[in-house]
Each structure stands twice: as structure tokens, then as C-alpha cells.
Design a protein. Structure first.
Length: 653
């Protein structure tokens, strides 16, 4: 056997002999020989693009049928450069007391020959998680922070910790995701899962190039995923999250999504009733509503804007919504509280509405039902024109427009009768998420521009502009804003006469206009004038194409949304030139591919120089071979390279 294979066999031998998960304690791991792991140290010169490598990345999980579990993770990290020292000399671990028990088994700094440099942290402090004042979060989590001395390039940091779940919220719930690929080189990777033999675990293996081993003994099943000599996967531009490259394993209990929904429905039962004072408040909010949509929009605006967002994750409160009476009386609530209030108000008014559980920070693995996959709640309401979803934690998007982070994602609706429904949230079309900019005006014979700027925003893009006008601007803020917009287009320009909108008025069109005065548009060049192209040159796209071509053969699929956002931007300028003046028009450019559409047109008619640029993205996921098409598209766009436009004045009489 090759030495690496022999070492791997030695590493796993104890687990194979006893056919059960090793019991890891502060005394050590009986299944792993630390001295063998330390001998895996690498030559830093052979890893020039890495700051550290994992000599061992190890997880041992023991789960019971009722959802109780013990998770022990160990990492042995070789520090290669000074950049990695801070990353590994400062460590923090968190857990939920009363729900979990935490043990730091060991954390030490070791020389490559196995000599202990530091046996324990120089500093160690246990504390509560601090509450952010920007987005307040109240939880009962604890944090253990440790500082290590002696960490330096060439040393090894070896640490192990155990988290024991002693009281699962949902009986039988279990979920684990394990990344075999980590972003660093890995000498040895091992995941062991020990479960009752009768527990039919759901397993999803992604892109593995090795097989798991399953053994049964004493009424238990032990699943082992072990491999080694994993080279670092170099990140690639525009890589898709779902790809055929990164190796990972996902596991879950045999629960169904209906089990998760029914559990949540039981917690929320009886929490959709409105006390009389809240009923009166709701009736007042919708008194002037003319349509069903107006009614739902009035409730949505109230809950999203007038109820402050405060995350309450204290014990069972991390899952059970507070009652509408509590939320209204305190004036705050988290995502599930807000969704519950919205649903309760609309049900009181006779609408079909329900909360929808989802994940705002990661993609839900639909094949692995688990409560642990959810960290967010939104809601839906059925209207005559169809079902409308809304995220009540987003204060500045009108009813029916979802933030981009949940569009297209999985959700679990929990109906009033306790039933559940698996849903996929709608996705805005590229044209619905739209930014339009128009500049119309006149350039005088002295080369100065005076005109009008207009900006319009639709779809999820409008949230950022609404935020800018969430509160009324004072005179100083208005002057600064208009000056910044004006000088974005022309040097020395002044802005005034700003006409904006109230950001919190979700019925108001997100549109602004302002006057641009006395901007220096043209500069003399001999007998002619030069206009710095307000649209800008796209010549840098040739450099981007060169960079992509210089890379090794591509491994990852390409996510078009990371090339150009899946939205549309339109910029249009109409510049009236002095009578008799003519521009030398750059060539118009059109470029279309699976990654999107690009078009810039230049025209001159009736004394008006008109320039229009339209860029539309795409949601396509292309295979690695699509990099050639992307390079070609970049080069087509780079042909729109006019930095300046020559303007010829009228001939002298």
C-alpha cells in the first residue's frame, strides 16, 4: 500500500474493528493517532496560494431516534502564512444552554514534530451573545471565546469540541450537512454517523468520488465517509452554488415536511385570534380600501413598517410566535411574529392567509426535511387575482414583491387546518426588476449642459431607492444628494429642484427628478469640441475576457446572475446641440448571449444626440464549457469603447 493509504487505514482501523462511533472526550480520540496526523504536514512552497491546510477534518455524530444527539468535531490545521495566524489564534464556539451542552475537549498549539507548544488557551471567556442594536436579536445562546498563544507560521492548531443536544424541540428531528470539500487542502476527512439500525436516515451525497461504509452491530448502524489527499479547489469567477464539483454529504431523519409543518402549526394554534382592541385597529386600517388588494396592502404596510423588527429567540420562543395582542402592545416582533399578525388580521377580514416557513440565508435541501433548515417566516394571502407572498420583515417593498434572497426558493405553508403545502416562491422576470435613467437637456455653445434628470425603479430594485427617501431630507441633505447626482454626469454641475417621493409610501412610484445646471459637458480640442461619453466606455471588458481565457480549464458551472444581475438597466440621454453642430457618432453595439443582452445605440437627428444603453441579465446556469461563450460576449461588449465623442461646430459663415 502507498503510505497515504496505509495511514488512512490506520486512522480508520479502530472504527472498523468495533463497528461503532468512537467516544471522544477531553482525554482524546481513541480512533485517531495524533502523531500520524501531525506527520501529514506539508511543504508550504507546494501550497503557494493557501494560508493554511487541514491535516484532519473530522466529525463524529451519534443520534437517537427521538432526536437527541452528540456532535464532536475536530480540526487539525497547519498554519502556512502570517495571514492565517489571526484566523486560528482566535476561536469562538456557541451553544444554547438548557437545550445543548458544550464541551471544549482540547485546543492546543503543536510543533510539526508533535511537541506541545501551548496546551490550553491563554485567555478564555464565556459570555452571552451580545445584542446588535441595528437588528436586535434576543437569544439564550452562550459563546466561549478563546485566544491561543504560540500560533505562528509552521505550527499546528489542534482543537476538538462536543455539542450535545439534550432536548430536541421537534421529536425525532435530525439534520447534518458535511462539506468534504472545504476551500482548503485536506489531508484526511472523516464523518462518522452512529444511529439506531431501525432509523431510516435520509442521505444525500453530492459529487463524492469515494463510497461510504455502512456497518451494523448491537442494534446500531455506523456510516463512515472517509477520504484523503484532497487538493484545494481554486475558486472560479461566476461559479454557481449548485455545481458538480464540491463534495458534500447531507443527512436527515425520516421525518416528512408535513411533520415539521404540523409541529409548527401546533405551536401557533390559538395565536391567530385578535382581541377586540386589535380588531378595531384592523378595521380602521382598511376603512378606505376599495379592493381586496388594497385591504391586504394596508395590513402589509402596517405590519411591515409600524411593527419594529426584533428577533426573539429565547427558548421555545425561537419557534413559537407571540400572540397578535403581545406584538401590537409591545410594537415589535420577529419574522414569525409579524407573519402571524399579518395572517391573523387577514383571516379576521375573511381572507385565506397562512405563514410560510423558509430559509433566508441558505438554499433548503428539499430531499432532507428538517426544522433545522428553516430560519425565516413570511406569509401568503389569496386574492381574487391569485396568491400573493410577502416578507413582513422588509418594510420598503410593496405587497407582492419579494426580496431577491427568497425568490425562487422553497417554502412550507402551514394552513389553518394544520395541513401543509410545499411551495416555490415566484421569481421576478428580468424586465420586472428595472432601473431606468433618463437625461434630457441642451448643450450651449459654451459647452455647458442644462437639463433634467429622471430615475425610475421597479421590482425588488426599488428597495434601495426607497431607503434613501425613507425619511424626509433636510436642505443640506437635499443639496448634497442633488450635487452628487449632477456631478455623476458632468463636471462642476449643480443640482436643484429635486422632486422625490416618500419612501415609506408603498403606493408612491419610486421616481425622482431634478434639474442639472451648468455642467461642463464639452471641452475644446482645436477647432472642435470633445464630449466625454456620459455612458462610459466598456473597453475594460476585453481585459475581463483575457483574464478568463488565461485561467486553467474550468471546473465549475457558470451562474449568469453573477455575471450581470438578473435585472434590466436602461440609460437614455437626449442632448440638444447648438444649431449646425454635428457629432461623429461611435458605432452602435449589440451583443446577445445566454448570459444576457447588451445594446448601445448612438443616433443624431433634428439636432439631438441620442444615446441609449440597455443591459439585461439572465438566470441561466451554464456548464463549464460555456466559458467560451462568455468570453466572446465580453469581447463583443468591449467593442462599445467610445470614451469620447467628437463634436464639430457649425461651419463659419
Amino acid at each position: 500500500m502507498r503510505p497515504t493509504l496505509l495511514l488512512l487505514a490506520c486512522l480508520l482501523a479502530p472504527a472498523r474493528i468495533v463497528a461503532q462511533a468512537p467516544r471522544i472526550t477531553p482525554a482524546g480520540d481513541p480512533s485517531v493517532r495524533s502523531d500520524s496526523i501531525y506527520r501529514l504536514v506539508v511543504n508550504p512552497k507546494e501550497h503557494p496560494h493557501e494560508t493554511a491546510v487541514f491535516l484532519l477534518d473530522d466529525g463524529v455524530i451519534k443520534v437517537e431516534a427521538d432526536g437527541r444527539e452528540t456532535r464532536t468535531f475536530r480540526q487539525v490545521v497547519q498554519i502556512l502564512t502570517a495571514d492565517a495566524v489571526e484566523d486560528f489564534a482566535e476561536q469562538s464556539f456557541s451553544w444554547a444552554p438548557g437545550y445543548e451542552r458544550f464541551t471544549l475537549n482540547w485546543i492546543r498549539v503543536v510543533a510539526p514534530d508533535g511537541t506541545i507548544i501551548t496546551r490550553e488557551p491563554s485567555l478564555m471567556q464565556e459570555s452571552d451573545v451580545p445584542a446588535s442594536m441595528d437588528s436586535p436579536v434576543y437569544s439564550n445562546r452562550k459563546v466561549l471565546r478563546v485566544s491561543l498563544g504560540g500560533v505562528a507560521p509552521g505550527t499546528i492548531v489542534d482543537y476538538s469540541y462536543t455539542t450535545e443536544k439534550i432536548r430536541p424541540w421537534l421529536r425525532g428531528d435530525f439534520y447534518q450537512w458535511w462539506g468534504v470539500s472545504t476551500g482548503l487542502s485536506v489531508g484526511r476527512s472523516r464523518l462518522i454517523v452512529d444511529a439506531p439500525a431501525s432509523l431510516k436516515l435520509r442521505i444525500r451525497e453530492n459529487n463524492l468520488n469515494f463510497a461510504r461504509r455502512t456497518e451494523f452491530v448491537g442494534g446500531r448502524q455506523v456510516l463512515t465517509w472517509a477520504t484523503g489527499d484532497l487538493q484545494r479547489l481554486t475558486p472560479e469567477p461566476y461559479a454557481a452554488d449548485s455545481n458538480g464539483v464540491y463534495m458534500s454529504v447531507g443527512l436527515a431523519s425520516p421525518l416528512e415536511w408535513a411533520d415539521v409543518g404540523n409541529w409548527y402549526g401546533g405551536l401557533a394554534k390559538g395565536r391567530y385570534d385578535l382581541p377586540s382592541e386589535v380588531q378595531e385597529r384592523v378595521k380602521g386600517l382598511v376603512r378606505n380600501a376599495r379592493t381586496a388588494r388594497d385591504t391586504a396592502a394596508a395590513i402589509q404596510r402596517w405590519v411591515a413598517q409600524d411593527i419594529r423588527y426584533v428577533s426573539v429567540a429565547l427558548g421555545l420562543g425561537g419557534y413559537q410566535p407571540r400572540t397578535p395582542a403581545e406584538v401590537v402592545s409591545t410594537g415589535f416582533g420577529d419574522c414569525k411574529d409579524k407573519a402571524t399578525l399579518f395572517v391573523a388580521a387577514l383571516r379576521y377580514l375573511g381572507f385565506d392567509a397562512a405563514p410560510v416557513l423558509t430559509n433566508a440565508s441558505a438554499v433548503v435541501e428539499r430531499e432532507l426535511p428538517s426544522l433545522e433548515q428553516f430560519d425565516h417566516a413570511i406569509a401568503y394571502v389569496n386574492l381574487p387575482e391569485g396568491r400573493i407572498y410577502t416578507d413582513l420583515t422588509v418594510a420598503l417593498l410593496p405587497l407582492g414583491i419579494l426580496p431577491s434572497y427568497v425568490q425562487g426558493e422553497f417554502g412550507l405553508a402551514v394552513h389553518p387546518d394544520g395541513g401543509t403545502e410545499q411551495v416555490q416562491f415566484p421569481i421576478e422576470s428580468v424586465g420586472e426588476s428595472l432601473t431606468e435613467t433618463r437625461l434630457v437637456g441642451r448643450i450651449g455653445p459654451e459647452g455647458r449642459f442644462n437639463g433634467l434628470y429622471e430615475g425610475r425603479y421597479s421590482g425588488a430594485r426599488q428597495a434601495s431607492m426607497r431607503s434613501a427617501f425613507e425619511s424626509p431630507m433636510d436642505s443640506t441633505e437635499r443639496a448634497k444628494f442633488t450635487r452628487q447626482v449632477a456631478q455623476r454626469w458632468f463636471d462642476g454641475a449643480r443640482g436643484d429642484s429635486l422632486v422625490a417621493f416618500e419612501g415609506k409610501d408603498l403606493e408612491a412610484e419610486p421616481k425622482i427628478t431634478l434639474a442639472i445646471r451648468d455642467g461642463r459637458a464639452l471641452r475644446r480640442s482645436g477647432d472642435n469640441w470633445i464630449l466625454a461619453n456620459p455612458l462610459g466606455s466598456m473597453s475594460e471588458m476585453a481585459g475581463a475576457a483575457d483574464e478568463l481565457e488565461s485561467r486553467p480549464a474550468r471546473l465549475f458551472p457558470i451562474d449568469a446572475r453573477r455575471v450581470i444581475n438578473s435585472e434590466t438597466e436602461v440609460t437614455e440621454l437626449s442632448l440638444q446641440l447648438p444649431e449646425g453642430w454635428r457629432p461623429q457618432l461611435p458605432k452602435s453595439v449589440q451583443a446577445q448571449s445566454q448570459f444576457g443582452k447588451y445594446e448601445t445605440t448612438y443616433a443624431f437627428e433634428g439636432g439631438v444626440l441620442r444615446m441609449v444603453r440597455r443591459i439585461s441579465g439572465s438566470r441561466a446556469i451554464l456548464p463549464p464549457e460555456g466559458i467560451g461563450e462568455l468570453v466572446a460576449w465580453f469581447r463583443q461588449i468591449a467593442e462599445d469603447d467610445a470614451q469620447y465623442i467628437l463634436i464639430e461646430p457649425a461651419p463659419s459663415p
